[in-house]
Design a protein around this ligand. Structure first.
Ligand code: ADP
Length: 785
């Protein structure tokens, strides 16, 4: 998923690219057209200008010949004399020739000037023919061509005379090569008549190279070149053929050029493929002598400026695009930055941290959003506070309830224990045993609810200590065998003999985990058995990884119920489980404990066939010696328990018992009746302190929950009181506060140990054995309940 910023950038960039490209493209196309039209115009203008200049030059030749002609016309009255009078004729010819010569001298490019009379009237050579000496520029008379030597239709030799006579119009002759002078030339000739009689022709030849030079000097761009073609299609001048090419000599490779230029219409810009295959633009003009002046330029070169312009436009477009994107990014940032900040803050809120604040000053939508977010967090904070307060009240309520419920249970179980010990009537004992069982179940339920409330308030901690593996497993099996016996179920065990003897972990929680799983297995199994299996998966010097499983052949769990298995207060398959007691908390707590130990509780179950709950567990090793054959080990353990059950006496021992509830004092004393220990009691902290000042007890049992001054407070006074000698005096907390993790709290407050209420007699005796001075304990045969 792309971020909003990326998406906005993408959209704006795309729009900009499209707009810039279309603007750039339109501008380029438009400029291309303008430039194209411009280049046509330039081409046209250049050739137009040149053709005009060449026409002016040709016109001046025509004017020169016409001036001579006009002069001859004016002298036409002498024509009659001219016919008869040889002298007169000579004079006239001389006069005209003198004028012609001087006019030719001032006519650029003129190389001959001549007047020829009708050969039939005046003989084949009558007239004059002046030519220029190209070396010194002097004009000399030469022998006129003998017209009688050639037939009239010999255009090459005498066409210059007969064609104008026949057409009756002044005309420009085709270029021709004058062998005598070795020059390509071109003639302008005016036919001359008088009174309906043909007189002859007056003409002038000009050097064609003047036209060639002119054409050669026409340039456009780098490659733009002009060419000149005669009306007959002979190339007079071409850049590659400066001496021209006769139409009959045109070669195949010149054909594209010929077709594109010579054959194309005049006054029109055309695009053709040049001689060397290059795309070329061409324009043509017709000169007044009928010649064609053309101008070619390659399309590439003509397009060069527009290509440069297009490139510059493109670069400019890109520059604008980059700038625009930059500006847009900067702008987006100003919009996105507050959004990003809000996202961060929202993430903090989502993670439960409501202390982050946002700037809520903006008046735009973002400002409104920020304010809404801030308001939301404030009301959330409030709601959380309300919920926390409610939860705290719940925890306090639970703790109080526990105390309140446990105190009477303490008394019930205590008195029940005394009945069990002291009654000799079997029936009464059986009732008392039932009370004991139900009382224990009630306690277990309260403990579960308390543990759960602790999980909920996040106060649950793992409290690892050193523990004896075989002992723990044995206790679990003992406990469950007892319950299984009631239902005729078999308990199997498969305990790996390589399990280290002592491990480091929270044995209290481990006991709860196994108790829950084993109890459930028994609760939800009617026939067959339950197997506890503990295997070593791997181990090294410091740590062992165990795989524990509790499997049963019970009722199993329905597929649709499996997803709710860890839910708190959730009891599955209620129809079938109605008769089975439970809170629906056991697995939720167990699951959480295992999670706190860094592992996960898993299960497989088939409805109607049984279930298997299992987990892996890493435990640091304290004593790596393997437990060996567990069954053998178990027998030894049972023996030592039996010895323990034998009890003891300590008539020299003095203990102080502090509890505000008299009933508890009575139960406690009753439980220790057989030990003959001297028991002093106090019903408040103050009283206890007084007694401790007066006497140094062997052990002090100090209740936690007391009015006025509670156990913890009393403890701190005891520690500070200089009149009390507590050196070597164990002070044990008595607590109904059965929430797990209590032990650490008491030890941190200066207590030596703690004993949970209702007091379990065996636990009490164990503590006494542990803390009373050895010399005051005497073994005693007492009857066990
Ligand atoms: P409960 O106090 O009801 O036993 P748990 O949290 O221990 O609560 O178990 C939740 C539910 O899971 C039980 O109500 C029962 O339906 C089911 N369950 C737990 N263990 C087993 C088992 N070994 N076999 C069948 N169902 C079980």
């Amino acid at each position: 998923m792309k971020s909003i910023q990326t998406r906005i950038v993408l959209i704006i960039t795309s729009i900009m690219i499209v707009v810039t490209l279309s603007l750039g493209l339109t501008a380029t196309l438009r400029t291309n057209r303008i430039l194209d039209e411009d280049s046509d115009r330039i081409l046209n203008l250049t050739v137009d200008q040149s053709s005009r200049e060449m026409d002016i030059m040709l016109g001046s030749v025509e004017q020169s010949v016409r001036t001579i002609y006009n002069y001859a016309e004016k002298r036409a009255e002498t024509y009659r004399n001219f016919l008869s009078d040889e002298t007169e004729r000579r004079k006239l010819i001389y006069d005209i020739s003198e004028l012609g010569k001087s006019i030719a001298e001032s006519t650029p490019g003129a190389i001959t000037v001549y007047l020829r009379y009708d050969p039939e009237e005046f003989g084949p050579t009558e007239g004059f023919w002046y030519t220029i000496n190209t070396n010194d520029g002097s004009w000399n008379s030469a022998e006129p061509t003998d017209l009688s030597l050639y037939p009239k239709d010999d255009i090459e030799h005498v066409g210059w005379y007969y064609i104008p006579i026949e057409t009756g119009e002044p005309l420009w002759m085709n270029p021709y090569f004058n062998k005598n002078l070795g020059i390509d030339m071109i003639s302008y000739i005016i036919p001359y008549y008088h009174d309906g009689h043909t007189v002859g022709v007056i003409g002038m030849d000009i050097d064609i190279s003047i036209l060639r030079n002119y054409t050669a000097n026409i340039k456009l761009y780098e490659s733009g070149r002009a060419y000149l073609v005669s009306p007959q299609g002979d190339i007079i001048f071409h850049f590659d053929y400066p001496e021209g090419v006769k139409s009959k000599d045109l070669t195949e490779d010149l054909m594209p050029f010929i077709n594109g230029t010579i054959n194309s219409p005049v006054d029109e810009v055309r695009t053709i493929t040049g001689i060397d295959g290059v795309k070329t633009k061409v324009i043509k003009k017709r000169l007044r002598n009928g010649m064609i002046l053309g101008l070619n330029a390659t399309v590439d070169e003509i397009n060069m400026p527009q290509n440069i312009l297009a490139r510059n436009l493109l670069l400019l477009s890109l520059l604008i695009l980059v700038l625009a994107i930059g500006v847009c990014l900067a702008w987006i940032r100003t919009v996105i930055a507050p959004l990003k900040r809000m996202t961060q803050v929202a993430e903090h809120y989502a993670a439960g941290d409501y202390n982050e604040n946002i700037d809520t000053n903006g008046s735009d939508e973002i400002g409104i959003l920020s304010r809404s977010l801030q308001t939301m967090s404030t009301s959330l904070k409030k709601q959380i506070e309300i919920a926390d307060t409610a939860n705290r009240s719940k925890s306090i309520f639970l703790a109080n309830m526990s105390h309140e419920i446990r105190t009477p249970i303490n008394a019930i179980l205590g008195f029940d224990e005394m009945i069990l010990r002291e009654s000799s009537e079997e029936e009464v004992k059986a009732y008392a045993a039932n009370i004991k069982n139900s009382g224990k179940t009630l306690l277990a339920l309260i403990n579960e609810i308390l543990d759960f409330s602790k999980i909920e308030s996040g106060k649950l901690e793992i409290d690892p200590v050193e523990y004896d593996t075989a002992l723990l497993i044995n206790d679990m099996l003992d406990m469950i065998e007892f319950r299984a016996g009631e239902k005729d179920l078999k308990i199997f065990h498969d305990i790996d003999e390589n399990i280290p003897s002592k491990l480091f972990g929270d044995d209290i929680r481990l006991r709860e985990i196994f108790t829950n799983l084993l109890t459930n297995a028994v609760k939800y199994t009617n026939t067959g058995g339950v197997t506890l299996s503990i295997k070593v998966l791997s181990s090294d010097a410091d740590k062992v990884r165990l795989h524990a499983s509790v499997s049963d052949t019970g009722i199993g769990i329905k597929e649709e119920d499996k997803e709710h298995i860890w839910d708190s207060f959730q009891r599955l398959d209620s129809k079938h489980n109605r008769g089975i007691e439970g809170t629906g908390l056991g697995l939720a707590i167990t699951h959480k404990y295992i999670e706190l130990m860094g592992s996960t509780l898993k299960f497989d179950s088939e409805y109607g066939h049984g279930s298997n709950f299992y987990f892996d567990l890493d435990q640091p090793i304290i004593d790596p010696a393997p437990i060996g054959d567990f069954e053998k080990k178990r027998k030894g353990l049972h023996k030592s328990v039996e010895i323990y059950k034998e009890g003891f006496e300590a008539p020299d021992a003095h203990i102080l018992l502090v509890d505000d509830v008299l009933l508890n004092l009575t139960v406690f004393k009753g439980l220790l009746k057989n030990t003959r220990i001297n028991i002093d009691t106090a019903t408040s902290g103050r009283e206890a302190i007084g007694k401790m000042r007066a006497f140094k007890y062997d052990i002090v049992f100090l209740d936690h929950m007391m009015p006025e001054m509670d156990g913890i407070e009393t403890m701190s006074h005891i520690l500070e009181d200089k009149d009390i000698d507590i050196e070597g005096v164990p002070i044990i907390a008595l607590t109904a506060n059965a929430i797990t993790g209590a032990q650490k709290m008491y030890i941190d407050n200066g207590f030596t140990d703690y004993l949970s209420k209702p007091v379990v007699p065996s636990k009490l005796e164990e503590l006494l054995r542990k803390y009373l001075p050895d010399d005051k304990i005497k073994a005693k045969q007492i009857s066990t309940p």
